[in-house]
Design a protein. Structure first.
Length: 337
């Protein structure tokens, strides 16, 4: 896609950390929605490896996971010709803009962020400045590309709100510079819950191996996890607040089968939980099998993946450099002019 054509459309930015296995929740709630946006928006989709190092990482694993995530992006349906697919650290303006935005961000704001509180509690032996600065870097990611929209789930709007606050504050101080982004709330499948604690969101870092279904799980593992999914003693297969486990399984089934809750409830009317769980497991396993096969094929062609990431970084760099140059002029940095 030509750069001029890209700039005519509204801009979308999003990213995922290369921290290992992604869950079916990441796929349905994030990546699959990105695929639908490629034709309608100018899309920048990053692998957020700079965010990843705010907690301890094995360097070799981080590099491997970065390539695996790039392959997974493409295997899921992201087209490098339609979007800028790149690694965050390959575009240095992310870090440079973050430093500048630090000067219009208050410490108290960062200390109140849910992510900082959660990660500080979980990594009490490594409460570093990167954790506190996490959301300033996220704001830099978004504002660098003058994003109109950031696709998020209904429970993930906090980082978009802080990006908006920072953009408005900078614009008020230095004049119109940044586009103020909006959260693009993803509806269907945006919140797939844990199979073991269905009132809690499915997480790729859950210590209970049966709580999350990963995109790398083989068919037997997927089916086994769904067979062990928490439901209730009432055998009716209906969606309701009183039946979070069953509702979650119905949501997952609909997301991968492409049907409505009403259609799914009718399909399983009169059937037991055993048959229901098996059907959900088989549906999910059959849906992710082609993704797994394509990811494996792509990982065998590292030259192609490296080329995609290099080209994506070059495309992102052009926009990022323009934005940062404007920011530097606004704040009064001498640039040899």
């Amino acid at each position: 896609m030509q750069e001029t054509a890209m700039q005519e459309k509204k801009v979308v930015y999003s990213a995922v950390q290369p921290s290992g296995n992604l869950t079916i929740g990441n796929y349905v709630g994030s990546i699959r929605n990105w695929i639908d946006m490629q034709d309608d928006y100018t899309c920048y989709f990053a692998i957020a490896n700079m965010h990843a190092i705010t907690v301890k990482q094995d360097p070799a694993l981080l590099r491997r996971h970065t390539l695996e995530l790039a392959a997974l992006y493409i295997a899921c349906g992201l087209d490098p010709e339609k979007c800028a697919l790149y690694v965050q650290s390959m575009v240095p303006q992310h870090a440079e803009l973050c430093w500048t935005l630090n000067t219009v961000t208050y410490v108290g704001e960062m200390q109140r962020m849910t992510q900082f509180k959660d990660k500080s509690a979980k990594h009490a032996d490594n409460i570093n400045m990167g954790l506190m600065d996490y959301h300033v870097l996220m704001a830099a990611d978004i504002l660098l590309y003058l994003a109109d929209y950031v696709p998020v789930g209904a429970d993930q709007t906090q980082h978009v709100e802080i990006a908006r606050d920072i953009a408005i504050r900078f614009n008020n101080r230095y004049g119109e510079t940044f586009r103020v982004p909006q959260a693009l709330i993803v509806k269907q499948g945006a919140k797939i819950m844990s199979l073991q604690e269905p009132t809690k969101k499915m997480s790729k870092s859950d210590e209970n191996i049966n709580a999350s279904v990963y995109l790398s799980d083989d068919k037997d593992t997927v089916i086994r996890k769904f067979k062990r999914a928490v439901t209730d003693s009432d055998n009716r297969i209906i969606a309701s607040e009183e039946k979070p486990g069953v509702t979650n399984l119905l949501t997952i089934y609909c997301a991968f089968r492409g049907c409505t809750l009403e259609e799914a409830q009718k399909e399983f009317e009169g059937k037991g939980y055993g048959d229901f769980k098996l059907a959900v497991g088989e549906t999910v396993a059959d849906a992710i099998a082609p993704v797994q096969a394509e990811q494996k094929r792509l990982l065998a062609d590292k030259a192609y993946l490296n080329g995609v990431l290099k080209e994506g970084a070059e495309r992102a760099f052009k926009t990022a450099r323009r934005t940062l140059n404007k920011v530097y002029r606004k704040v009064g940095f001498y640039q040899g002019e």
